[in-house]
Design a protein around this ligand. Structure first.
Ligand code: MN
Ligand code: MN
Length: 320
């Protein structure tokens, strides 16, 4: 269950209202790389690992819950940046009052109308609160959530998600001079740096973790680089020397078209620069499949009653 504490995780403050920055900040509320996406991604991923990897479940739920706390900070900041918008809209019954006193004459009203036109979701739709969209008003989507119930895939997705969240905060910080808002954004950005390393460390505890999933790659195709253009051909550790994970020799295929024709569309290509063979691949596939399905079978009874929690929840999650 979730239990709400009324204190924010970080003491979010603003110096003054700024509806324009509030709109930009919506990107981290309901955007593709925002806090709701992060919270939902780790929350959804956690279901599939609770019984098999209780230690990773604990981590995913802790980070998901922290992301909900970030969502709360972003929402609170947007609300503070919109101070005034809500009150003025509620004065609709007295249009004259808005123009002459609250808005300090016609010039200020013109500014207000301009703000409404570039910010319709605050000024016309929500009336001065956050909405679950990105900064362009595109509604949040479950399609932002990447969860494949394989930790070697999901933890890598999470490192990508944290990288994107970090860079969006870095961009946002360039559009506000408010020292309080900058302080909050810096905190949120820094937590993404911390989370990245948590997911990276968790991935390292799962061995082997490459390639993602169970099935090993075809040794004929795991270490070839196709030179798909003419002209300046850059060389680097991505196409010469040994590959980063499998440690195979990169084979640079200078003329891919000729190579494809000569090998009958690659079907007659022989492996080179690798110790892996069809036999070793088959052996590794069945070993890993047995190990991973064994972990699941041992942790999750196939038949009969099921119970998600224990009351009280049992002790410390196992360390792997
Ligand atoms: Mn966050
Ligand atoms: Mn994060």
């Amino acid at each position: 269950m979730f239990y709400h504490a009324k204190e924010l995780q970080f003491n979010a403050r603003v110096s003054a209202p700024d509806p324009r920055f509030a709109r930009l900040l919506l990107e981290q509320f309901g955007g593709a790389n925002g806090e709701l996406k992060a919270a939902m991604q780790y929350f959804v991923q956690a279901f599939g690992v609770k019984q098999v990897y209780p230690d990773k479940y604990d981590m995913l739920m802790d980070i998901a819950t922290e992301e909900f706390s970030h969502l709360e900070i972003v929402g609170a900041t947007i609300q503070m940046l919109l101070k005034g918008v809500n009150g003025e809209l509620k004065d609709a019954a007295d249009a004259e009052e808005i123009t002459t006193t609250l808005l300090d004459g016609k010039e200020k009203k013109e500014t207000y109308i301009h703000d409404a036109m570039i910010n319709p979701h605050f000024f016309a739709l929500s009336g001065g609160g956050p909405v679950v969209t990105d900064s362009n008003g595109v509604p949040w989507s479950g399609m932002y959530v990447n969860a494949n119930t394989d930790l070697t895939v999901d933890l890598r997705s999470n490192m990508g998600a944290e990288s994107r969240a970090k860079i969006v905060y870095e961009h946002l910080m360039q559009y506000t001079d408010d020292p309080y808002v900058k302080e909050t954004l810096r905190f949120l950005m820094t937590r993404e740096i911390a989370h990245f390393q948590m997911f990276e460390a968790a991935l390292e505890t799962i061995q082997p973790n490459f390639p993602p999933g169970i099935l090993q790659g075809d040794p004929k195709h795991s270490n070839t680089y196709y030179n798909m253009s003419k002209g300046m051909d850059a060389r680097g550790p991505w196409n010469e020397g040994k590959s980063t994970q499998l440690g195979e020799e990169w084979i640079f295929i200078e003329d891919p078209q000729k190579h494809v024709v000569e090998t009958n569309g690659l079907t007659e290509r022989e492996p080179e620069g690798t110790d892996r063979t069809e036999e070793s691949v088959a052996e590794q596939n069945s070993l890993l499949a047995a190990e991973r399905s064994g972990e699941i079978k041992a942790a999750v009874p196939a038949e009969g009653e099921a119970q998600w929690s224990h009351f009280p929840e049992d002790g410390q999650p196992g360390r792997r």
